[in-house]
Design a protein around this ligand. Structure first.
Ligand code: UDP
Ligand code: MG
Length: 341
């Protein structure tokens, strides 16, 4: 048998983009992009100098999360200038949590930093995160000193969410900490072992454990583009987070049911005694209506909560892949032009 077939240069191998560097990156940035076309250039203009100055071997994994604007074209433009920019192009919008997951799945660095593409996670902090990591911390959180860049309403609802979440969840999450943080490769490896579809990243980060260090920063407001989060999306995000990290909403119904049963018992005893003493009394339509409506409402809420959990069991049981990548740009295991759909 002849071994090592000589590689034949194909005729149509025109100007190929530079091959990905063979050195393993020390640092991977994971950056989700959703309709951020206008901001792509600014993002790299600010981020690349920081990384180059740091003198670290890096890669930037950009996840194009089904953008409907020029994001992909702009990313590929940047990639021509800097081959360490790699792009995962999703078949559709899968949401930020999934985009982050995909990025973490593909990251090869010994440290990984997930960050937003709208420069709300300041790249200038990267050296500080790395410094703490080099001191031996496996997780370095970036905590917002204040949220003055957010509206009053958003700050109030966020505070309420953290408060409730940390009261009823078994894995408390640090307040005022977004997804911007540094994760050691071993932590990322642990994260990859969590297969759930309902990915509340903040919770998953916390679930893994490990002692973490922290730096604080002031979160700037978005420079361009618009946030894709409205209050309905935020509500669903918060609800999803609580439901995937707490059984409290399920279990509370035992206690609600029990208290209502106990109260009914006393009320029934009272009625018996009253009837014995004062005889039968027919009027009572209003009180019956109130009790019926109240109990009906309580039962519906209980069923609704069951539905929330059951719906998630349904989703998990289908075992669908978390995301579909239409095309990868710059990943060694993939052909640059292999358009797998
Ligand atoms: N994003 C995403 N998919 C989505 C929504 C948002 O990848 O479905 C990205 C977005 O491009 C940005 C980051 O997630 O890089 C944070 O989004 P945004 O700035 O809208 O959220 P906020 O900062 O208001 O929490
Ligand atoms: Mg933002």
């Amino acid at each position: 048998m002849k071994k090592g077939k000589p590689s034949v240069a194909t005729a149509d191998s025109g100007p190929k983009p530079p091959p990905p560097p063979s050195v393993e990156p020390e640092l991977s940035l994971v950056v989700p992009f959703y309709n951020e076309g206008e901001g792509v250039e600014a993002f790299f203009e600010e981020t690349l100098p920081v990384l180059r100055k740091e003198g670290i071997a890096f890669e930037i994994i950009c996840v194009n999360d089904g953008s409907r604007d020029l994001t992909l074209a702009r990313l590929l433009e940047q990639r021509k200038k800097e081959p360490r920019i790699r792009v995962l192009h999703f078949t559709r919008n899968f949401g930020k949590e999934i985009a982050l997951t995909a990025g973490l799945d593909h990251a090869r660095g010994r440290a990984v930093i997930p960050m937003d593409s709208d420069l709300q996670d300041p790249p200038a902090l990267i050296p500080h995160l790395i410094a703490k990591w080099r001191d031996g911390h496996k997780i370095v959180n970036a905590r917002r000193a204040d949220r003055m860049s957010d509206s009053w309403m958003k700050r109030a609802t966020a505070a309420a969410f953290y408060h409730i979440f940390n009261k009823i969840s078994d894995t408390p999450i640090p307040e005022q900490t977004g997804d911007f943080r540094l994760l050691d490769a071993s932590v990322v490896a642990d994260l990859r072992r969590l297969p759930e579809r309902d990915r509340f990243m903040k919770g998953l980060f916390a679930w893994i454990g490990h002692a973490s260090a922290e730096i604080t920063y002031e979160r700037p407001s978005r420079t361009q583009g618009r946030t894709s989060w409205n209050y309905w999306k935020l509500w669903n995000f918060a609800l999803g987070g609580i439901i995937s990290f707490s059984r409290f909403p399920l279990r509370i119904w035992n206690y609600i049911g029990l208290s209502i049963a106990v109260m009914s018992f006393f009320y029934a005893s009272f009625l018996v005694v009253r009837t014995l003493l004062f005889g039968r009394d027919v009027p009572g339509y209003a009180s019956i209506m109130v009790v019926m409506l109240f109990l009906g409402g309580i039962q519906l809420i209980g069923i609704g909560i069951l539905g929330e959990y059951l719906g998630r069991v349904f989703i998990e049981s289908k075992q669908r892949p978390l995301y579909l990548v239409q095309r990868r740009y710059g990943f060694p295991e993939e052909e640059e032009d292999g358009g797998d759909a």
